[in-house]
Design a protein around this ligand. Structure first.
Ligand code: KIV
Ligand code: NA
Length: 274
């Protein structure tokens, strides 16, 4: 078992902010774990940032299983969380359970579903059989078509009621944490005060128990970054510069140079690997 457990995440509420970031592959997950992030999350946002889709509706269980497997192989410390993709848990509880089990067997420590109240039976069943669950309220991107695109949630009384109902239902059904996406900060604060489990915000202001961001947004690798994400690096520029240098080196005959072909290599580095 990894060091960060759902129990540990619950204990952090009110004491220490929880950090969470998405990762979709082995090398990225290695870095995220080394950085000391608490939860490494294979989000269905991979449909957009890795596969180039316009929304998350085409993400399959197969994709989630493969990417979860790659991330799980890298992570020693953080809690590995995997998203249940669109239509993998809404049809009936049984199908939801089977799909959650696939993600756990791929190496996840917990699964995340969008919504709360509508899935209370599934959440209860998963928790009772030993699969930790995180919920997700506010903007739920899998309802993209119904919502008419991605937009701020919790501006009307009706939306606030729905968000609170989801959060309370998740708490009652045994979920260990709740993502709150793209709401007014005061709505996220209200939810955070009303439930005993941690809330993890994205575009939901500072009055929550933790923050989650998408890998490609943090590192400057995605052009349609949402306005609430913070870019901590511009890897797109770093990568572009490296690739242009490689191209120029080859065209100019500078690569491979003496230190990159066999006759001139330091043979000790390659003992037995000829
Ligand atoms: O898939 C994802 O990246 C998410 C986060 C935005 C919470 O669900
Ligand atoms: Na998601």
């Amino acid at each position: 078992m990894r060091e960060v457990t759902p129990r540990r995440i619950i204990e952090m509420k009110g004491k220490e902010k929880i950090t969470m970031i998405t990762a979709y592959d082995y090398p990225s997950a290695l870095i995220a774990d080394k950085a000391g992030i608490d939860i490494i999350f294979v989000g269905d946002s991979l449909g957009m940032v890795v596969y180039g889709e316009k929304n998350t509706l085409n993400v399959s269980m197969e994709q989630m299983v493969l990417h979860t497997g790659a991330v799980a192989k890298a992570v020693k410390r953080a809690l590995v969380l995997a998203d249940m993709p669109f239509a993998s848990y809404e049809i009936d509880v049984e199908e939801g359970v089977r799909n959650a089990v696939r993600l756990i067997r791929a190496g996840a420590d917990a699964v995340k579903i969008e919504g709360g109240y509508d899935h209370r039976k599934l959440v209860r069943k998963l928790v009772r059989m030993g699969i930790p669950v995180m919920g997700h309220t506010g903007l739920t991107p899998q309802r993209y078509l119904q919502l008419g695109g991605y937009r701020l949630m919790g501006e009307t009384e009706e939306e606030i009621e729905e968000i609170l109902r989801d959060a309370k239902s998740l708490e009652k059904s045994g979920a260990f944490a709740i993502v709150i996406e793209f709401t007014l900060a005061d709505v996220a604060r209200l939810v955070t005060e009303e439930v005993s489990i941690p809330t993890i915000g994205i575009g939901a202001g500072p009055y929550v128990d933790g923050q989650v961001l998408v890998w490609h947004d943090v590192l400057g690798l995605y052009e349609n970054q949402p306005p609430f994400a913070k870019r901590y690096a511009n890897l797109r520029e770093v990568i572009l510069e490296a690739l242009v240098k490689f191209r120029e080196d080859v065209k100019a005959g500078r690569f491979p140079g003496r230190d990159h072909y066999w006759e001139f290599l330091d043979k000790e580095d390659f003992e037995g690997k000829k």
